[in-house]
Ligand binder design. Sequence first.
Ligand SMILES: Cc1cc2nc3c(=O)[nH]c(=O)nc-3n(C[C@H](O)[C@H](O)[C@H](O)COP(=O)(O)O)c2cc1C
Length: 168
Amino acid sequence: MKKTALIYSFKSNKTKRIAEKIAGEFSEGEITKVNADTLTEEEFLSFDNYILGVPTWFDGELPIYWDEWIPALEEMDLKGKTFAVFGLGDQKGYPENFADGTGIMAKYITDCGGKLIGSTSAEGYTFESSAALDNGKFLGLVIDQENQPRMTPERVKKWVADIKKHFN
Ligand SMILES: Cc1cc2nc3c(=O)[nH]c(=O)nc-3n(C[C@H](O)[C@H](O)[C@H](O)COP(=O)(O)O)c2cc1C
């Protein structure tokens, strides 16, 4: 059976809450929660399917725990593995870098040969630019708890239903 990891920082505040909502859409035992703060390469490579939680920090950057992981990731061969990224951002506070982290992570994954799934429509969000955009669509699920928390449950539900079809 294929193994699916839900990886995020257990210390992150809002990302953790979204990860828990995502986990709630899976049956018991279907996914494994993994802490990005203590992640090892061996642990990372032991999975087939991945859901990565990536908030944007520092005006369009990855948070420290993901940034520190990138040199190891860049050396990996991710062929045969499937990835979905969910990212958090603040479209009013950071309209020029909205959810950039989602796009930054998605690009590292595809550069390393990983298969990226779970792109979403950018309709319903208002911002100036985002590295998460590719051909008019977001490269993953983008959540804005600062400005659109009420839209989150529906966005999560719809996204998980979509990515499940691509995990096998
Ligand atoms: C110092 C700081 C910088 C941020 N920079 C960005 C940014 O460039 N783009 C963006 O969309 N959101 C940005 N945000 C908003 C966060 O991504 C958002 O609050 C997110 O929900 C944080 O998730 P976390 O609590 O799991 O870290 C920033 C927040 C802070 C506090």
